[in-house]
Design a protein around this ligand. Structure first.
Ligand SMILES: Cc1ncc(C[n+]2csc(CCOP(=O)(O)OP(=O)(O)O)c2C)c(N)n1
Length: 477
């Protein structure tokens, strides 16, 4: 800070000296206060009258004088060596113009897209080619995710599971980003990314076991439905407190870098998640530690009932990456080809250059936030319908695969009926399976149960004895 102040005052002296050289300095001069309270001596000729009404007036008069024009051309060149300071992070040019950086750019950061709304490639689009097999798997997984969401949502409505949350409208971000990664890449999800796990091979039976919280659920029924996790698939278990995954992802990425692994970490979050302090800490930490982590923000317009206009005033998320020194891109999250190309390229950069990347994917949450929400209470039905129909990411990708002659209506009906059948079987099996025993509430954290947990278990068993009718009969004691 001391260096900076010194430099500023030196700049002011220089300004005064140059003005004097130009012959515009008169004997009576007055002092003008700049924003940081340092004072600059300027002649009354330039000020008009020396009142405190100030800076703006000064600038408008000043701009119009001939002396100013000469002064600007000759002495305020930002390129001159003596008009810059070497400061940590690079050379900083001086300017005598008091110009605040605008709160927003004139133009919003453009959004990278490859397929138009009809699934037609845009002219001169810059994207990575994908094979027929890859395209078919991507489309099949997007459809599977849709079917899974539709059926499990209904299962919750029937009261057979306690909670559910869909990825409707965000199928392309889920599946296309997963397709662009390698199996060794580590995923730290928020909660609306079941499609990433599906892509990695988590079966419909495994999904069903988790939402029913049965004995085969890897979380032993201790988490709410949709809190999936899989060691086998390098997919950290979903944790509900928003944005906690972001700084954890940076730590995991840093460890991959230390081990010189050919892999990166990918973490997902919503626009709402970016309002948490963890988001800012994670981005800064990732930039400074040069961690190979890809932050994928699903900017879907809403954080439950909070619209993005009430979430932030910046040009979305993408500009925040640059503010933290992170290479960033804004993409159309409903264009599977754009998502695939951007994530794949980001992965290469993250690993080979050991750097974080931020991707802001513009999309829309077509479903309710969860089964505990009714989104028609806070947003127009027309808006939902528009995104559901006109901007549907699955239909868009389907048109492109069909255009390539890689898919037809027979494939479509076969796939939908087979997924539905498999899923219904999985649900039936999961529902019949025994629940984990009561003791699983308390184990797996401590090697030896601490006394407070021993006491809690004792109290719980006593309560169950007193009120057996309140206790679910399918949970072994
Ligand atoms: C720390 C914390 N605060 C609040 C909540 C309650 N909550 C759950 S989801 C959610 C909205 C998150 O919105 P966003 O990150 O945009 O993701 P989206 O649901 O839109 O995918 C909130 C506020 C929470 N789970 N954790």
């Amino acid at each position: 800070m001391a260096v900076w102040l010194l430099a500023r005052s030196r700049a002011h002296q220089l300004v005064a000296k140059k003005l004097a050289l130009l012959g515009v300095l008169k004997q009576s001069s007055c002092s003008l206060r700049s924003a940081d309270s340092s004072s600059l001596t300027v002649p009354p000729a330039l000020l008009g009258s020396c009142n405190n009404s100030a800076t703006r007036f000064f600038f408008s008069r000043y701009e119009s004088t001939k002396a100013h024009t000469q002064f600007k051309q000759q002495y305020i060149s930002e390129d001159k060596d003596d008009q810059a300071i070497d400061f940590p992070g690079g050379r900083v040019a001086f300017t005598s113009e008091m110009r605040f950086i605008a709160e927003s750019a004139n133009k919003r950061v453009p959004c990278y897209r490859v397929l138009d709304d009809n699934g037609e490639p845009m002219p001169y689009s810059d994207y990575l080619q994908i094979s027929k097999e890859m395209a078919r798997k991507m489309y099949s997984d997007m459809v599977t995710l849709q079917v899974m969401d539709t059926v499990l949502y209904e299962v919750q409505r029937q009261g057979r599971i306690s909670f559910y949350l869909t990825s409707m409208g965000e199928e392309a971000i889920n599946v296309a980003s997963a397709a662009a990664l390698a199996a060794d890449d580590i995923i730290l999800p928020q909660y609306r990314e079941a499609g990433v796990l599906l892509w990695r091979g988590f079966t419909l039976q495994e999904f069903a076991n988790q939402v029913f919280g049965n004995i085969a659920d890897y979380g032993k029924g201790r988490q709410m439905p949709i809190h999936y996790g899989s060691n086998k698939h390098n997919y950290f278990t979903v944790s509900s407190p928003i944005a906690t995954q972001l700084s954890q992802a940076v730590g995991a990425a840093y460890s991959l870098k230390m081990d010189n692994k050919d892999a990166c970490v990918v973490t997902y979050f919503g626009d709402g998640g970016s309002s948490e302090g963890d988001f800012h800490a994670a981005l800064n930490f990732a930039a400074v530690m040069e961690a190979p982590v890809i932050f994928i923000c699903r900017n879907n317009g809403w954080a439950i009932s909070t619209p993005i206009q009430e979430q932030f005033r910046s040009d979305g998320l993408v500009v925040k990456g640059q503010a933290y020194g992170i290479r960033s891109i804004r993409i159309d999250g409903n264009d599977a080809l754009a998502v695939y190309s951007a994530v794949r390229t980001a992965r290469e950069m993250a690993i080979s250059e050991k750097r974080p990347i931020l991707i802001e994917a513009l999309t829309y949450r077509v479903g309710h936030h969860s089964t505990s929400d009714d989104s028609t209470k806070y947003r127009p039905v027309d808006e939902i319908e528009y995104w559901k129909m006109a901007r549907n990411p699955v239909n868009r990708f389907k048109r492109w695969v069909e255009r390539n002659d890689w898919w037809d209506e027979n494939n479509e009906s076969e796939l939908r009926s087979s997924v539905k059948k498999q899923l219904l079987q999985a649900i039936q099996a999961a529902e019949k399976k025994q629940k984990p025993p009561l003791e699983d509430f308390f184990n797996d954290v401590y090697d030896q149960l601490p006394s407070n947990l021993v006491e809690q278990e004792r109290q719980l068993r006593e309560t169950i004895k007193k009120h057996p009718q309140e206790y679910p009969s399918d949970v072994p004691l």
